[in-house]
Design a protein around this ligand. Structure first.
Ligand code: 5AD
Ligand code: SF4
Length: 462
């Protein structure tokens, strides 16, 4: 499918809408409720950027917001009830604040959700999709100024890429940068290709310009985002390894992370670039999904158990300090006890830093939905429990290893639970809490780890 870049004229016309709204805006507030993955979080930062350009400022909660956006996620089945429940709860505040409720993100690309909104959710004023976020100012204008009843612009899921929208980032020291969007893999359980569309990559010049700009503003760390980053392919002869090595050269950026790569696309050139770099994180996310070759085949993952383990061995051989994290789905249709044991076997062999565990949930329209032998809920839960026990044990051993060491950390801000404590992250992504002056926020410092508390480490400034 052809990838079309949204034209400069179109983006300019959206800026015109932003300026028009700004000209009469009396300083209203907005609140964005973000669900799901880092890509959604990054999209929310673009929505914030547009809203701030329109003269809105961030509200602390729904209560004092004039504009509310639900940026939704479709990965799990039960999320829909939660979102619609939350929207229902806003009825009274909506009347009081003359609130405009917007529905965006992956769920807005699902036909049955749109039908539901049309039929039963008069509270929702604006719906836009994952591929046309750039149109939000125009849609808001139609609602606010032209007083259209319900403004819907969705479902036409094509391969667009847009550049030049304002972004309001949560942090000044770290930034998420989307490098590609969409997915062509059609793993049989996954709804992402249906709600995010086909793979399309931003041009490297645009990405590099953006990161150079961030570095000038004091950003130290970038997280490169995409559904399948290592199939980044903006044009012939330029790939993910090239992009990593170009970003590696940008002065001021000291930490480079990326997520998610696909094991089947993890090529030698990428391993080689990481091994030579002093900036690219050694924590490599290698989504396993299942350790059974039979299940991997049914999942359409494109690798066997042995190929996965061989890839990890190859990475370790070139990058001895590499650490792995992973995603695992428990209870995919047809998963036998033996299949599940294979997953446990890979988990033990890989000794993961962190495992993100998911219980399989049916997604409407995917191939797995129609597969035979769906696993009963109690069996899924029991297997999930066993995997969790194994992983918790590994995490504890992994965290203990840090105690007594000195770690270089990037200070992110005040701890959410205690304003007297700073929170930071090691290069291996572990949270470290320690006491120190506030002017360290956004800086890199060395901290001695004194204890571990399962989810975080406690440290002392060296
Ligand atoms: N059921 C359970 N987990 C899923 N994931 C994706 N689709 C499903 C599903 N239908 C998990 C995968 C993916 C992560 C982001 O979510 O493990 O890597
Ligand atoms: Fe979903 Fe598979 Fe694409 Fe990841 S690679 S987004 S799991 S289809």
């Amino acid at each position: 499918m052809a990838v079309t870049k949204v034209s400069d004229e179109e983006i300019k016309s959206q800026y015109d809408y932003m300026n028009k709204i700004r000209s009469f805006n009396q300083g209203g507030k907005y609140f964005i409720f973000t669900l799901g993955c880092k890509l959604n979080e990054a999209d929310s930062e673009t929505m914030s950027g547009m809203l701030e350009t329109m003269g809105f400022s961030k509200a602390e909660s729904f209560d004092d917001a004039k504009i509310v956006i639900f940026n939704t996620c479709s990965i799990r089945e039960n999320a829909e009830e939660k979102v619609f429940g939350k929207i229902g709860e806003l009825k009274n505040i909506k009347d009081k604040n003359d609130m405009i409720i917007c529905f965006a993100g992956c769920m807005s690309q699902e036909e049955h959700v749109i039908q539901k909104i049309k039929k039963s959710y008069s509270l929702i004023d604006i719906v836009f999709g994952t591929h046309n976020i750039y149109k939000f100012p125009e849609l808001l204008y139609k609602k606010m100024v032209e007083k259209q009843n319900k403004v819907l612009d969705v479902l036409d899921i094509d391969g667009t890429i847009y550049e030049g929208l304002p972004v309001k980032r949560e942090s000044t020291s770290q930034a998420s940068v989307i490098i590609m969007n969409g997915c062509n893999n059609f793993c049989s359980y996954c709804i992402v290709p249906y709600v995010r569309g086909r793979e399309r990559s931003r041009q490297p010049e645009e990405i590099i310009k953006e990161i150079e700009g961030l570095a000038k503003e004091g950003c130290k760390e970038v997280l490169l985002l995409g559904q399948n980053v290592n199939s980044y392919n903006p044009r012939d002869g330029y790939n993910f390894a090239n992009l990593l090595s170009d970003i590696d050269k940008i002065d001021g950026i000291n930490i480079i992370k990326f997520t998610s790569p696909h094991p089947k696309d993890f090529k030698d050139d990428v391993i080689s670039v990481i091994s030579k770099s002093k900036k690219i994180s050694r924590v490599i996310h290698l989504p396993l999904q299942s350790g059974s070759t039979n299940i991997l085949k049914a999942m359409n993952r494109g690798y066997t158990k042995e190929q996965y383990l061989e890839l990890a061995r190859k990475i370790k051989a070139k990058i001895p300090d590499a650490l792995f994290t992973t995603d695992i789905i428990v209870g995919f249709p047809g998963e036998t006890e033996e299949d599940f044991e294979e997953t446990l076997d890979v988990v033990r062999k890989m000794n993961y830093e962190q495992v993100f565990m998911f219980i399989y949930s049916v997604r409407h329209g995917t191939r797995a939905e129609k597969m035979p032998n769906h696993i009963p809920e109690d069996v899924k839960s029991e297997r999930f429990g066993r995997l969790k026990t194994l992983c918790d044990g590994m995490t504890e051993i992994g965290m203990n290893k840090y105690v007594g060491t000195v770690q270089k950390v990037l200070v992110e801000g005040e701890s959410k639970t205690n304003k007297d404590v700073l929170t930071a992250r090691t290069t291996s992504n572990k949270i470290v809490n320690f006491e120190g002056p506030k002017d360290l926020i956004g800086k890199e410092v060395e901290v001695k780890i004194v204890s571990q508390h399962v989810w975080f480490l406690k440290g002392e400034l060296v």
